[in-house]
Structure formats: C-alpha cells, structure tokens
Design a binder for this molecule. Sequence first.
Ligand code: SF4
Ligand code: SF4
Length: 441
Amino acid sequence: MNTAPTFRGGIHLPDHKRETHHPIETCTLPDQLVLPLSQHAGTPAQPCVAVGDRVAKGQCVATAEGEVSAPVHASTSGSVVAIEPRPHPSGRALPAFVIEPDGEERWATDLTPLEPRQWSPENLKQHIRDAGIVGMGGGTFPTHVKLTLMEQHSCDTLIINGCECEPWLSGDDRLMVEQGDKVLDGADILRQALGVQRTLIGIEANKPEAIALLRHASRKFDAMEVICVPSTYPQGAEKQLIDVLLGRQVPSGGHPANIGVVVDNVATAAAVSDAVRYGRPLVERVVTVAGPALATPKNLWVRLGTPLRTLVDQCGGSREEIGKIIVGGPMMGQSQLNLDTPVVKGTTGLLLFGSQDVSLREAGPCIRCGRCIAVCPLHLLPATITAYAERGRFDGALTYGALECMECGCCTYVCPAARPLVQMLRYAKAEIITRQKECLT
Ligand code: SF4
Ligand code: SF4
C-alpha cells in the first residue's frame, strides 16, 4: 500500500489495536445518566429545562451560551431529577443534569431532517450548531465555530482525520468499517457547508480494512481522496496531518484556518450525517473500552452521560485490582479517580491498568541526552522549557514556545531520566495563561 511521507519527530508505540478491533456493541442503559453542561471547549451551556421536567431523547436541555459553545441534548427519554455538580472527566465536579430514564427511548422532533443539497452553507452550519456537534476526536471544539472561522479565510481543503493514533483506541476504525458510507456522507456535507472543492481523508496504515472500504466508497464523491499515512504517533494531531497530506505548516500561534484548511474527525463527520439527514443531535458515541486490567475489551455505542462503571460492567469487569483509570488514550488521556465519571462528547476511550502496569520510577536529573528534542513533533526544546518552569521562570518558558506544546507526551515517553516533562509543560502553560489574563484585567 502506498503511504504518504511522515512528519519530523514522533514515536512508534506498540499499538494494541488487535486487542480491541471488535464490532461495536450497544451499551446498556444505566439507572441514571449524568450530562454535564460543559462537554465542549468554550462556555458551558445554559439549562433550558428544570428539575422535575420530563424530556424526550434528543431534546435540547441546555442551549449554547455565547459564540464558542454547544447545546446539550437528553440522551434518552425520562425525567430530570437534579441539576447539580457531578464528577467530570476534567477531575472537577461540574454542573450536570441527572436524568432517570423511562426506558421508552422516545425521540424528540426538534431537529428537522434536511436534504443537504437543497440547503445553503448557512443553513447547514446552523443545523450542525443546533445538533450540538463538537470535535469527537477529543478536542471538543464546536464544529460550527470551525466552519464559521473559515468565512474570514480562504479555505480550499477539508481534511477528515481517520488516524486514531493512540494505542488501544479503535472506535474510529470500527466506525469507518461499519458505517463508512455515513462517514463519507458527513464529510461531503461538511465540504458543502465550507464551500470547498477538495476533501482528503487521512487514515493510518494500520487500518487496511478501513482504507480499502473508504477508497471504494469514496469513488461516488467528487474530489474526495483517501490517503494512507504512516502509523507514527501523533499522526492524528492536526498540524502533523496537514503537514503530511498537504506539505503546509500551521504558523506559530495560528490555526489550520490560517493556511486554508479545516480538519474534522471521522466520528464528527458521521454525527453530522445523522444530524442533517435524520434530525438526530449528538447523544451517543463509540467508546473503546480496553487495557490490561479489563476482562474483555470492546467497542461500545454509549449514550452520553453513561457512567464509566456501566461500560466496565458490560466488558466483564476488571480481572485484577485497578491501578489506574484513563479516559481517552494512554498518551493524552486523563486519569480518573474512580468510575463515577460519565461519558461525554469527547470520550474516545476508557482504559484500565493494573497496579503493576503503573510506573512509579522517581524522576532523576536531566542528563542532556537530547532525546526529548529529537521526538518533539513541534520542534520544541522540552528540557529547556521545563527547566525554566521548574525555576518559576515562566517568561523563559514562554520565549521557548511553551504555549505551542500540544501535550502529546512523546518527550516524557522517551526520557531516560523519567522526568515528568509533559506534566511540567501543562503546568507552565496554565501559569503563563493565568498571568497573561491577570495582566489584561
Ligand atoms: S508534549 Fe509538547 S514538548 Fe513534549 S513532545 Fe509533545 S509537543 Fe513536544
Ligand atoms: S530526554 Fe530527559 S534526560 Fe534527555 S534531555 Fe530530555 S529531559 Fe533531559
């Protein structure tokens, strides 16, 4: 299979994809669903139903607040029994709806199905906004905002990201294999909403079945091409995918729109098709449940708001004492305190590790080997930035590009001194942003 050239830096990880490449099953309905008002990048949504109200599946329960925000919809029919702080994947307790299902799965009819070719780009963008669609690869940036940003730039290419480069995760792969037509239909609707001619679909070489199926199915679309890209982590990062597919570099501090590109994930494209063709807002997603401590790895269709515990139960529970719970992939995912956290729009995976899988090695001093620099896909100097951050010299960390860091974790993975580089980079970024805000107020 012809494969596009790779980007500079990055690492090759054991991908564990074979362990999880199973057909998608439907996750059971839990006793309670917990739907946070904040499931997207931007301002939390504002409740538009009250405690005691009965809601239908797909009914809007919280509206988008401000420009960068997204509405939240009930993921089943039932009653709202509370709106209160509940555990959130970010680690904090954040306001959320608690819905007790009635088991009827009654759909709301708020969102009218559209025939995409009969509607203007503005209508399609509004529909995508009303359906609460956000980047489902984990970024959770509201999709309609990405589409609107392009109005200020000259855009020529839509890229659909089917890389799924984190180990274990295979939900996007299964979605492409099982619902490839829907992914391509959503991609074509996004292309229409953007008003561009060309769509490129980048898929990592370790997904040969998805590549073959989508290549075949894409023949009926104009100017749509499926491109096999190398399986190198983090190939799924926007900047690296654009570099490999188009040879263009996103400028420092800029975004893909600056170079005429929009990147959307394959699951986002499928959600767009559901919203436009069938009037179905974003209320469920595919989650890969895996890890060495899990009994039976699976891919599950999960209603948003389902507690992680329900997913683990459906996978036969844990087969040993759990040492670490991660939501997302092992490189960029977030550790969880327990399994009470709900699945949200950006939940790509749930990984369980045993105590012996968790490294407790103490960090040593930097030996100046340069490995972190060699693997950084953004050509940063992780050892230098973190040395400044450790000394409270955030001006120096900023000068060396701390805010550019995408927190991919490559530097931490290769560091022989076990230095917590990505953790220090996150800390430095948070400090710099806080100080910048304080200067503005
Ligand atoms: S975490 Fe940041 S500094 Fe480290 S390799 Fe990734 S982008 Fe570079
Ligand atoms: S990889 Fe670790 S030890 Fe090597 S230069 Fe970077 S921080 Fe220092």
